[in-house]
Design a protein around this ligand. Sequence first.
Ligand code: DC
Length: 229
Amino acid sequence: MTNATSIPVLALDGPSGSGKGTIARAVADRLGWHMLDSGAIYRAVGHAAGVRDVDLSDAETMARLAAETRIEFLDPGDGGDARVFVDGVDATDAIRTETAGAAASAIAALPAVRKALLDKQLAFRKSPGLVADGRDMGTVVFPDAPFKVFLTASPAERAERRYKQLKAKGLDVTLTSLLHEIEVRDARDASRAVAPLRPAGDAVVIDTTGQPIPAVVAQVLAVVRKARS
Ligand code: DC
């Protein structure tokens, strides 16, 4: 049997809007590795809490829900994003709503929930390798990952990316309010007591501000190649 810890992991962490999701998918495709979207796991639990009308601040019940909720990722087979099933129901679109995002952010601050979700995340470590996208992949979930990258981008650029995404969905938003939200969320994520958002000591930090996606993908792949050679 393969020892899970011998399976390579690329931990790709960073704040929202740093381009993590897009870069993680592209790098996983290039390497032919599995992919863990850990944010989707927090969102799925936030969504499950909404469906069951659980109080998000009830840490004990939330931790139980986090452990019991069945979360499955299904490859659509057409090169598109994985579909996410929560307790057997397709929740791909539901977990991307602002409501599910806010619920995810609230429960992500509960240590018991983070602990309950640890095994679910570790189970993604499968041969030939894993690209793990999140906030604490390199610091808490896969501290032994041989490859660690922390992506950043200026708050102004992250707000601009989010603005374009939301506008494309037809939502009525302003750049100023998005920038404010990002600054507030950054401060909260970086200062929370459990698993605060920060680069692992051994992570390579890449600033994606002003950089096209292929250029960032190339830099991340270079980190993997360099660490392997
Ligand atoms: O990356 P995202 O926006 O889908 O993440 C949703 C929320 O989950 C976000 O508020 C941060 C939290 N999260 C976390 O605390 N740890 C992770 N590894 C991934 C996400």
